[in-house]
Design a protein around this ligand. Structure first.
Ligand code: HEC
Length: 163
């Protein structure tokens, strides 16, 4: 008799366990990055944008300044993560889909010129959570170049060799 009652109890709980799995699946499934090798700059502008070069030299001092901006007033790390993997608090909490770019991916860096990164920071990536980040109350274009100088160093931090 005891046994039957206990089984009944377990059976009643099962649907809740199942629902629990479903809910945790919704919250834990991380959104995927949209193909990081496809250009984000509109094709009509791409050739011109690709030729824009970064006026900031990649010195330790400039990289450090870019890091301070990335993690500070430029708020990039809130989405892209302090480690640059695209797992910042805002991205995780809001379940951003597509997810922010993983800057540790060396293939992504090979596929993009500095000009293309600069264009996305100035214009955002349409149809995604990547906003325009330059302008009043945000960083200016010079600061964007410092941030790009820093972004380029993420793969080295992971032990990758940059081109
Ligand atoms: C609100 C969240 C958010 C913030 C804040 C944010 N990003 Fe992004 N970023 C994204 C998302 C999402 C993507 C992926 C867009 C896509 O797949 O097209 C992205 C993509 C990018 C890319 C890749 C563009 C490409 O060509 O593929 C660059 C570069 C970038 N962000 C730089 C920055 C910088 C620099 C900052 C800070 C100044 C910043 N982001 C702040 C969400 C954010």
């Amino acid at each position: 008799m005891m046994f039957v009652r206990r089984m009944y109890f377990v059976n009643c709980l099962l649907p809740f366990v199942f629902i629990g799995f479903l809910i945790s699946g919704v919250f834990w499934s991380s959104a995927a990055e949209r193909d990081p090798l496809q250009p984000r700059v509109p094709l009509t502008l791409l050739d011109e944008v690709k030729t824009i070069t970064n006026p900031i030299h990649s010195t330790q001092e400039n990289i450090q300044r870019g890091k301070e901006l990335f993690e500070g007033i430029a708020i990039c790390s809130q989405c892209h993560g302090v480690g640059g993997k695209g797992d910042g608090a805002v991205a995780v909490n809001r379940g951003l889909d597509p997810s922010p770019r993983d800057f540790t991916n060396v293939e992504f860096h090979k596929a993009r010129t500095d000009g293309e990164l600069f264009w996305v920071i100035n214009n955002g990536s349409p149809g995604t959570a990547m906003p325009k980040m330059t302008g009043p109350g945000m960083i200016n274009e010079e600061q964007a170049w410092y941030v790009i100088t820093y972004i380029r160093t993420f793969p080295q931090r992971e032990g990758e060799t940059m081109p």
